[in-house]
Design a protein. Structure first.
Lengths: 777, 228
């Protein structure tokens, strides 16, 4: 075991290696991930058990002898404040103070497998089935132990700051720590446990400051980019300019779809091209994956830039100018009928007015400010990886396959990276680092360069949305026919071939889901393609299009943003057709009180004046407009609305937002300031993606490779006036905040442009060129 | 607000390692104990004494006999082995062992690597290490720490002006240099000063408020109006 223990350096190792330099102190409640990982494991497995039992309270919480409650979460902090909110719900249920809690995040074999941290699902999950239930179950078990100890029935007990006392007899007390004495609580999660009533909340609902912020603003925080192991080497990747080594000829494409196409092999690596450089340890190749490992970071960078690599006939990318036609005419792999109620064709046939429109959403980037990074140590049949992944267990499976190592001998430690907003390169770089470490037998840190990250990330998918709807004589929608085409490739880890590094390393890409699916799911598909308004007849069809060009993956509100943009824009088209106020028109088509309330809250805050769009004719070249959009995010994962006011300069086509109001109902608000911070982020990123962002490419490769070629919004482009309305529902379950509001920003902007100018924008982003073209059309 | 690097400041307990390795953990009580133990161990103090002579050499040419350079970072001299053309970023992170500056683009486009050179904000990804010999380099660590935060750091904490926080060190270093030249800026001037810094999380409003708060110009009701 001595050898195994060395694999994970202990804190003492670091202290020795650092010669006494200690950069990070602080955060008594923020347990170091490496500290947690380095704690001794039990049993014979080097990295502890393969899985942690989800049904045991002790898997989720431990009470230390000093009373500190250590929380183990399978959901990770991605910069959104969920660790703070998670500690709040545990402190609340246990009746301990917030500072008496600390939290350890996602380490395989140490924390329960809570799947992927994504989709605004963290607090919803922790509330409904995770930490809140674990804490309530723990409290129940602890009170039962206390009742025995104090010789009273549990209903006579109350708890304050982790001390159990008997009501009316202050002499009888026992603390959680005394009950457990550093041992296990030994209870199971109870499905029937009754958590606290909202009326008793003391910690939930408070804007408790995040404990990671002081470390982050002083340089004391350790990101995955900061992990340093003794003897660590540095790696960089070398990739072809095109994101696919696949051949995209029609016959090859057919083989891709069948999943039988072997990936093109690397033609040649000329190692002599870097022979003159210092510090080179090794050029690593595996199939078409190429990396350079060097002693120092700058040496690895120089070598990766200088290394001459020839690629085997990379495929051409399609013409960007006809991308949306290509997507719509590419063979569909997967057709899903999400809704089909009433007789849509008959309704449209007898409607007073029928309109149709096609909306387009480009490939966009996650655009993490810090390029993805991972540290791996693979030797003697063991692999340990420090990664910013959203799913440590799935990544462990991927790495085990990639490295041909038993999953029991692989450990993935989550360490927070730069914000990811979905699947950025965090998993991909973990594969790269693992292969480079395996090839050298040394710990290797790999960070992508800016262009690596941008040209090879799992872009948010491009989509085409086609809508048709009809109004009756009274101006009500009688039929709704919606279709979308989504261009995808790759996905989250599990098979290595889901991510670019795995494909380059020679692993087959997963066969895209074939049509028809075994049982066409009717109802909500989690992508906001099912209308949140009520229509007498509706049909929703979604087509998955496999494209062999660019890798794609979930990007903040994946597909939901695209669908919401199209549907809320089209609602506005219908409102204009009906000569109805856009707010009133929406309220006419829903009786969902949560949707009604967020729409009204946003409209009230924006001082919305009822009238149809477009606005009455305005003189001058600066036109002002306002627009609204709303949605029921992911069917039931929160309700949001936005009202945006902006100006359009008809000479330049420049769109300038002047006010953004956003409202959200995310059930019980656990941390109001945390919610507001997330909504601010949604607004800013939403403005950026709506006005500026589009991945550019030509036949030879991705052209958006840095911040000059993929600009995002800057301080000076933001409106001064933003307002946030939280619709708190203390008695309803907690829901997500991380990516709901961003879903409605593009629609609200497009609708405001229409209000200002009378021109409908159906393609994102709304660049000055595109707006100008629409004005001149 | 003397942040030109001449003042050892609150980091004076930090010792200079022979071969620095960044402590790889945000830490709990255990690390605090470790830190005290490490400082008490004595080995590190010797390294500092050895480097005391480095300051003298740095004043002359920045060159050490072994071909390395001595650079002055946060008021202390550090002997480094990097080639003279190496970007300062990698030297500060990998040799000096600092975390308060980050690789973002390597192209001077995003600002996350910003440090101060003789009090002026510079992009360390585009600054050669040889160019800083004999000059005062200040990183985020040179402003303050959790126990003794700089007024800007305190304002960022008060305003909760970080989500992932990766861009924040550069924001603070730019803002600190800016406030020295313009102590009472308007919000518009702050936005202009930070316009070369990118944030992807959308923390912009809180960042501006934090800089206003540090400058003493934050008025009630400024920034995001929050109902509910």
């Amino acid at each position: 075991m001595g050898e195994l223990r060395r694999l994970t350096p202990t804190r003492r190792d670091f202290m020795k290696a650092a010669g006494g330099l200690v950069v990070g102190i602080s955060l008594p409640a923020y347990v170091g991930q490496l500290e947690a990982a380095a704690a001794p494991t039990t049993g014979t497995a080097p990295f502890g058990p393969l899985n942690v039992p989800v049904d045991q309270v002790d898997s989720w919480l431990q009470v230390a002898k000093n009373g500190t409650v250590t929380i183990f979460t399978g959901k990770v902090e991605l910069g959104t404040g969920t660790l703070t909110a998670s500690r709040q719900i545990v402190a609340e249920e246990l009746d301990v103070s917030f500072p008496a809690t600390e939290i350890v995040q996602a380490i395989t074999g140490k924390t329960v497998d809570q799947g992927v941290t994504a989709g605004s699902q963290t607090m919803r999950t922790q509330w409904a089935t995770g930490l809140r239930i674990a804490a309530a179950s723990a409290r129940q078990a602890l009170l039962s132990m206390a009742a025995t100890r104090l010789a009273v029935t549990p209903d006579k007990l109350r708890v304050q700051n982790g001390v159990v006392s008997v009501q009316g007899d202050s002499s009888k007390t026992v603390s959680y720590a005394d009950l457990v004495r550093g041992g296990k609580i030994g209870a199971q999660l109870s499905r029937s446990v009754r958590p606290k009533d909202a009326s008793a909340y003391q910690v939930v609902g408070q804007s408790i400051p995040r404990e990671d912020v002081p470390a982050k603003v002083t340089g004391e925080f350790t990101y995955v980019q900061d992990v340093r192991l003794p003897g660590m080497l540095h790696g960089r990747i070398v990739r072809p300019t095109r994101p696919s080594p696949l051949t995209a000829s029609p016959t090859a494409l057919a083989r891709v779809i069948k999943g039988t196409l072997a990936n093109a092999t690397l033609a040649n690596v000329d190692e002599s091209s870097i022979a003159h450089l210092k510090g080179i340890v090794r050029v690593v190749t595996k199939s078409s994956l190429v990396g350079v490992v060097a002693e120092r970071e700058e040496e690895a960078i120089a070598a990766a830039q200088a290394l001459k690599v020839t690629w085997n006939d990379p495929a051409s990318l399609p013409d960007q100018s006809t991308l949306y036609d290509t997507i719509q005419t590419t063979k569909v792999n997967n057709t899903r009928v999400i809704a089909n109620s009433g007789d849509v064709e008959a309704a449209l046939g007898s409607a007073d007015h029928v309109i149709q429109a096609v909306y387009m959403h480009p490939y966009q980037m996650h655009g993490s400010i810090g390029p993805s990074c991972a540290v791996a140590h693979v030797h003697d049949g063991l692999a340990e990886v420090w990664s910013g992944t959203q799913s440590v267990y799935a990544l462990r499976t991927t790495l085990a396959t990639l490295l041909s190592i038993d999953p029991a001998n692989v450990r993935v430690n989550y360490v927070e990276g730069s914000g990811c907003y979905g699947i950025n390169g965090a998993d991909d770089v973990s594969l790269s680092a693992a292969l480079m470490s395996q090839a050298t037998g040394k710990p290797v840190r790999v960070q992508y360069m800016r262009a690596d990250e941008m040209s090879w990330e799992n872009f948010g998918n491009a989509m085409v949305m086609s809508l048709r709807a009809g109004l009756d004589a009274a101006g009500r929608i009688v039929g709704w026919d919606y279709q979308n085409w989504s261009a995808n490739r790759g996905g989250r880890p599990a098979p290595p071939g889901n991510v670019p590094a795995g494909v380059l390393a020679g692993f087959p890409e997963a066969t895209p889901p074939q049509s028809p699916p075994a049982s066409p799911p009717l109802g909500d598909d989690g992508s906001n393609s099912l209308p949140w308004y009520t229509f007498p007849s509706q049909r929703v069809r979604s087509y998955g299009v496999y494209q062999p060009w660019l890798f794609t993956g979930p990007l903040r509100s994946p597909s939901r943003l695209q669908n919401t943009f199209a549907m809320e824009s089209f609602m506005d088209e219908l409102a204009a057709l009906a000569v109805a106020d856009p707010v009133a028109f929406r309220l006419l088509h829903t009786n969902d009180f949560r949707l009604v309330d967020v729409i009204k809250a946003a409209a009230r805050s924006a001082n919305w004046q009822p009238r149809p769009s477009p606005a009455p004719a305005q003189t001058g070249t600066t036109k002002t407009g306002r627009g609204i959009a709303a949605t029921r995010y992911e069917g039931s994962s929160s309700w949001v609305a936005a009202v945006i006011t902006l100006t359009v300069d008809t000479t330049s086509g420049v769109v300038t937002p002047t006010q953004v109001v956003a409202s959200q109902d995310c059930g019980v608000v656990i941390n109001p300031d945390g919610c507001k911070a997330q909504i601010e982020g949604n607004i800013v990123q939403g403005l950026s993606r709506s006005l500026k962002e589009e991945v550019k490419f030509d036949h030879s490769g991705v052209l958006s490779v840095d911040w000059a070629s993929y600009p995002i919004i800057t301080f000076q482009e933001l409106p001064d006036d933003i307002r946030i309305e939280l619709v708190n529902r203390p008695n309803l379950p907690a829901l997500g905040v991380g990516e709901a509001v961003i879903s409605v920003i593009a629609g609200a902007i497009g609708n405001a442009i229409f209000d200002a100018t009378g021109r409908r924008m159906r393609q994102l982003p709304f660049t000055p060129e595109r707006v100008k073209a629409a004005l001149q059309a | 607000m003397d942040n030109t690097g001449g003042n050892p400041g609150p980091n004076s307990e930090e010792q200079v390692p022979k071969k620095p390795v960044t402590e790889p953990t945000e830490a709990g009580d255990g690390l605090r104990r470790s830190r005290r133990a490490a400082i008490g161990a004595g080995g590190a103090a010797a390294a500092v004494v050895a480097l005391g002579a480095g300051a003298y050499l740095a004043e002359r040419a920045g060159l050490l006999p072994g071909g390395g350079l001595t650079i002055k970072v946060n008021g202390k001299d550090h002997a480094v082995q990097a080639d003279p053309d190496t970007p300062l970023l990698y030297v500060l992170r990998n040799e000096v062992g600092l975390k308060g500056l980050r690789f973002g683009c390597g192209l001077a486009q995003c600002g996350s690597c910003t440090v101060q050179l003789d009090g002026k904000a510079v992009r360390s990804c585009q600054t050669k290490v040889s160019a800083v010999a004999g000059r005062a380099v200040t990183t985020l660590e040179g402003l303050g720490n959790i126990a003794h935060p700089h007024p800007l750091q305190k304002a960022f904490i008060d305003q909760q002006a970080a989500q992932c926080g990766y861009c924040i060190p550069g924001m603070i270093m730019e803002a600190d240099a800016f406030l020295r030249s313009k102590p009472k800026p308007t919000a518009t001037e702050i936005k202009s000063a930070l316009s070369g810094h990118l944030c992807r999380c959308g923390t912009h409003y809180r960042i501006v408020r934090a800089v206003q708060a540090a400058a003493g110009t934050l008025t009630a009701g400024a920034g995001v109006q929050q109902g509910g």
